[in-house]
Design a protein around this ligand. Sequence first.
Ligand code: GLA
Length: 707
Amino acid sequence: MEARYLRLESAATDIVINTHPFAEIIYWGPHLHHFTAEDAQSLIRPVANGRLDVDSPVTLMAECGHGLFGSPGLEGHRNGEDGSPIFTTVEVAQEGQTLTLISEDRLAGLRLTSELRLDACGVLQIRHGLTNLAASDWQVNRLAVTLPIAEYARDVMAFHGRWIREFQPHRVTLEHDSFVIENRRGRTSHEHFPALMTGSRNFSESQGSVWGVHLGWSGNHRLRAEVKTDGRRYIQAEALYLPGEMAISAGETLWTPWLYASHSTQGLNGMSQQFHRFLRANVIHFVQDKPRPVHLNTWEGIYFNHQPAYIMKMAEEAAALGVERFIIDDGWFKGRNDDFAALGDWYLDEKKYPDGLRPVIEHVKGLGMEFGIWVEPEMVSPNSDLYRAHPEWVLALDDYPQLLGRHQLVLNITLPEAFDYLLERLSWLLGEHDIDYVKWDMNRELVQPGHGRRAIADAQTRAFYRLLDTLHSRFPHIEFESCSAGGGRIDYEVLSRCHRFWASDSNDALERNVIQRGMSYFFPPEVMGAHIGNRYCHATYRQHSIEFRGLTALFGHLGLELDPVSADAREREGYRHYATLYKQWRQVIHSGTQWRIDMPDSTTLAQGIVSQDQRQALYIVSQLAMPDYSLMAPLRVLGLDAQARYRITLLDHPNIRITDEGGHTMRQLPAWMTTPQIVSGEWLMQAGLSLPVLDPESAILIGFERV
Ligand code: GLA
């Protein structure tokens, strides 16, 4: 008999699969040092009374035909028939840590190909391909990946959000039925980030077993954590299909998006560190192996008011502050004076730029900076030449009224004519100008995405990938930023095609602390766009010190989003200071191991990054509101070398005051802040470091250097 129990292994995590007669994951947990196929027999289940007289496996496809009764992995039919397939394994191939399983249901005329890859980092990638073996179409309503998880994974964590408030974590304890995330917005969305984390009760940053999954897909999706009535649990994830939009014809295969899954016994930190390592090794491909340059983006500095002479002055100021990449945002193309018009007309606005864009680009380059530009290709304004010429290019169901979003409509880029038009215009822009960087925006949701009378949301997402892929092959030297009204299109599939995310349209440092921490669960700092905005935040009208704004932007890919010409001297000095600090530490920040620290006071956020060789660490403690306790808890400085000793340096301590100098919260600073100290790594990790009492909306930056 063929080996029935197969194992994928990595240093951290193993997966064991019972392959016959039906494929079923029977174990996903810590690496096993002593596994044999015989061991797996210990999990053969009894049959309970009062239910079916046979065992019901939770198979890879989670078919109802096994007596699952929960959410199945596949729903669909062939003209009303063949709607309850059961797949039997016909072929198994394991090569290293990659497993391909083929199973079929001859009665229903369907084949299932399942691919599982376990990376050395412990991240599992899994997807299914469904092939239609019969002559007539098989209508796909749902096609999901199902991953069983341990019975003690009772807590569930996910993110909610909205525009200017992405990645807000929330939790539930799930004892029965399901927790479901459903996204019908046509993009990854601010509201329903496609990820779920489940784990042992009260799992935290550093404690507990955690299973985290992320679906790499930039369209509609559904994720589910389910508890069966027999107590078994599973996670399910899928692209969500609108009614009628997905069918596979004879011989055709439909693939699910990749599901990325990471398990850790070290809490959320372990999960995130595995995801970060995996992305760095497999998904993130920078054009050149060079430090992430300091940005200046013009948006919140000048909006639509483009005057080349002034922009050149901004570039000069920017270069003097240490900026390395200068990006012209919205407002450069024909008739784009506000957000009521011109999307689709990707021609230079010659009224604003009578001498063309080249003099500006040359000026920027002459100052030693890279040049970037903003586009929003998938959109069209009703008030545009493009719309007037091609109203039929709009993504819409025939004869329904069209809802506007930010005064704009969506182009149906599955239409070859529309696709080719965009390709031609973007190729003109990127081919005729010396452009290094593109910020690709997508500012509205899809409502009734369709063509004729048929829904085509899925095809629209695939066409977006195709357009970006084509541009990559034409212009391999250009880096792309994925923006969608801030963080509306952040996921691993788009990350394989871009180099940075615009995390949020909110540059409010207080909000950013929470947004960026939320984003850090699944993304490393080097792809997280984090800008110092104006003193008065344009999203919230809150006001923050340059120190709080600067330190908050430090733990990502730092930039400025403001007008450096009109900023006052103290502000400018701050921009220069944080750009310099960022340059000093970016190598560590963008390659090190990230640790989020559990603090007893929810008003305090602490995190750090430790270099791979554990020589250096950078920790930040941010105080969001008035502390609950009159003393801060010590900071556990995780990730250090226990054998080594570290010099502690206060790198930045904005506005810390003791009573002598005003009515502040401390009489005396912690001793290490006034007397140099060298402390063992073990002690710093186990016992910790005393923290000063911080004012609300301030932060402190601490460096650790191995001696
Ligand atoms: C969106 C983006 C912003 C900016 C504007 C320009 O809102 O998220 O960063 O580019 O569009 O219109």
